[in-house]
Design a protein around this ligand. Structure first.
Ligand code: BTN
Length: 241
């Protein structure tokens, strides 16, 4: 095992899902932080039962850290904000936005995916895929995908991973020291569609309203008629799409 900051890190050639590989390292006792990266992923999972294609050249990484379950709703915003900050640090002029709950859009298209799962004990697994070289077509998704490479932004999976780990650590530190407000403010500053009409498609229904922000648990605040509704899961569509 290698070390990157205070994470125990394994880089593997090929695995089914890095989320499963890192889960195997977690235990009830805790006391460590782990991250697994893979060159190739053969059974990558996405949100809501979707799959995530694992072609070589892209980045597949899963971090496992002890986070209290009540804080998981906040943690996802740290993960996505850190992705935006990494991409912007590497490519300052890039057109990048955040989409609730955990997407990062470059030029209006999906550049990455985040899947949070439970590990053993108190571990939270944060699985992240980043389209560095290729943009596999997403199944069952109304979103087009894009890669950094096809837009002329060149990096490699390990350079990206190293910068990301540094930024993720800094944001976890901010969160621990100052709470969620600072993360929320930074996330909202780059959120797509804030204050605009959106449609939220949940498993059961579709709702239209104005996107008013997120609450202290990361739930989406949707203003419909004269009330604010809190949405905990769903896909967001903006009016021009
Ligand atoms: C999504 O947008 O649907 C989430 C995709 C998450 C993909 C990543 S790739 C690394 C980690 N391992 C997986 O099996 N899934 C996540």
């Amino acid at each position: 095992m290698q070390k990157i900051n205070d994470w125990e890190w394994i880089d593997i050639e090929e695995t089914g899902s890095t989320n499963d590989a890192v889960r195997e390292l977690t235990s009830e006792e805790g006391g460590h932080k782990y991250v697994v990266t893979a060159k190739k992923q053969t059974a990558g999972r996405g949100r809501r039962g979707r799959s995530w294609i694992g072609v070589e050249g892209n980045l597949f990484m899963s971090y496992a850290a002890e986070v209290e379950t009540k804080d998981w709703g906040q943690a996802v915003f740290i993960v996505s904000l850190s992705l935006l900050e990494t991409i912007r640090t590497l490519f300052p002029t890039i057109n990048i936005r955040l989409k609730w709950p955990n997407d990062v859009l470059v030029a209006g298209r999906k550049i990455s995916g985040i899947l949070l799962e439970k590990g053993n004990g108190n571990y939270l697994i944060m699985g992240i895929g980043v389209n560095i070289k290729n943009a596999p077509q997403l199944n069952n998704s109304s979103y087009q995908s894009v890669s950094l490479s096809e837009l002329g932004y060149e990096t490699d999976r390990i350079s990206f991973f190293e910068k990301y780990t540094e930024i993720l650590d800094a944001n976890f530190c901010r969160w621990k020291n100052y709470g969620f407000d600072i993360i929320k403010e930074r996330w909202l500053a780059d959120a797509q569609g804030l204050g605009r009409e959106i449609t939220v498609r949940t498993e059961k229904e579709e709702k239209k309203g104005s996107f008013e922000g997120i609450d202290e648990n990361g739930l989406l605040l949707l203003k419909t008629e004269n009330k604010i509704e809190k949405i905990c899961a769903g896909d967001v569509f903006f009016s021009k799409e």
